[in-house]
Design a protein around this ligand. Structure first.
Ligand code: GDP
Ligand code: MN
Length: 381
């Protein structure tokens, strides 16, 4: 789950990482009031779950309440890479002497958290990594050994930060960011830029924060931060039903069992010349209720023109899935064409059940590619 900048900063603050004081606003009037409360110049920041807001005109300095109201009017409703701005974060403006970059993410290859620090902040980190890789200091933290300050010192020296006062502050921030990352079950905490003010104060000017979905049950306060209004209503519905579902923009609705097979199904539909409407993983089961839940989600998508079931029976038995599909079709009325490919344990039995049921909109295909072709064709009819 991705957090908005202001939510990430709230967590930073909880762990003692310095951030500027700010207020949320959803209207120009609220932006004005926020600027009045904060006093002095402020920065008006679009709250959207995408980066590069500055370049897109979503971050503007304002010299006072009146200006903040005007800037809020400019930014609200703006479309930033497909994200419409509905919320603003009004923050006391900072003077910037230097812009650094600091992040910690999970390095799956090394199975360890990985810190990255560079003096070349403010720009996209991919650009730094490509153009001046030596400027980017890296540090893995062994989860068993835990965090030790000397490691952070190595990171800071590695990045070429030589001002002792900055070193001291950044050392403290790295240590706190590590605790924040571990204790919130984060997958990414990125501060870009981490600024140094002309007075030499170091603080987080931005936040990009991703928390592991699977750990949210341990963090009800963070789970509550999810913005239901911004989420796709279909994905929200799927989550409520416990269905793994990702909306795509094509016409062929896809249901597979297991994430790998479902992803391959997305690919094979593309190979067959079609466009997947979604990715949906039934999981290991395939009982009637699981099939009904998934079909309910998929058929709510008005773009879907055909449905492609791709099932491989391992532990799951194909005859059970076939019964699940038939039970689902009895309970729900679905007029969309449905193509089923069954293979693996009890596949023959499963295919026989489906064929004998002789549902007019239900077709069975022997291979994945043939099924995909059928599903793509029937989506066009
Ligand atoms: P992003 O573009 O989505 O990464 O948004 P950021 O929060 O990183 O802001 C983009 C840029 O706006 C920063 O790199 C700064 O240069 C500038 N900026 C943001 N806040 C302030 C501020 O308080 N004062 C000044 N002078 N510039 C700011
Ligand atoms: Mn940024």
């Amino acid at each position: 789950m991705d957090l908005y900048e202001h939510q990430g900063k709230e967590l930073f603050k909880r762990f003692g990482i310095p951030v500027s004081e700010g207020r949320l606003a959803t209207t120009p009037e609220e932006a004005r009031a926020a600027a009045e409360e904060l006093g002095g110049p402020v920065v008006v920041k679009a709250q959207v779950l995408t980066g590069g807001r500055g370049k897109a005109g979503g971050i503007k300095l304002a010299d006072g309440p009146e200006d903040a109201e005007q800037k809020a009017r400019d930014i609200l409703g703006l479309d930033i890479r497909g994200h419409v701005v509905r919320k603003l974060w009004i923050e006391r403006a900072s003077d910037i002497a230097k812009e650094y970059y600091l992040s910690v993410t999970f390095d799956r290859g090394a199975k360890k958290p990985l810190f990255m620090l560079t003096r070349e902040g403010g720009v996209e980190i991919e650009q730094v990594a490509e153009e001046s890789p030596d400027a980017l200091a890296r540090l893995h933290v062994d989860p068993l050994e835990g965090f030790h300050p000397y490691q952070a010192r190595r990171l800071i020296y590695g990045a070429g930060i030589d001002d002792p006062d900055e070193q001291k502050q950044i050392l403290a921030i790295v240590e706190k960011l590590h605790r924040c990352f571990v204790e919130t079950d984060a997958m990414l905490c990125e501060i870009n830029p981490l600024i140094v003010t002309p007075d030499g104060e170091v603080k987080a000017l931005d936040s990009k924060f991703t928390v592991d979905d699977s750990a949210l049950f341990r963090h009800p306060d963070i789970a509550e931060m999810r913005d239901v209004a911004a989420a796709d209503p279909l994905e929200t519905f799927a989550r409520e039903k416990g269905v793994t579902y990702v909306k795509l923009d094509g016409e062929v609705g896809i249901l597979g069992n297991g994430a790998g097979l479902s992803m391959s199904t997305v690919d094979v539909v593309v190979v067959a010349g079609g466009r997947p409407a979604n990715f949906c993983d039934l999981g290991g089961g395939g009982d009637a209720q699981g099939v009904i839940d998934a079909l309910e989600v998929i058929t709510r998508d008005e773009q879907v023109r055909s449905i492609f079931f791709n099932i491989f029976g391992g532990i799951t038995r194909c005859d059970e899935v076939a019964r699940g599909i038939l039970a689902a079709l009895e309970q729900m009325s679905i007029s969309l064409p449905i193509v089923v490919r069954l293979d693996g344990t009890n596949a023959e039995e499963g295919r026989r059940l489906l064929t004998e049921a002789a549902q007019p909109n239900l077709r069975v295909a022997p291979t994945m590619l043939e099924a995909a072709q059928l599903a793509v064709e029937s989506a066009r009819e």
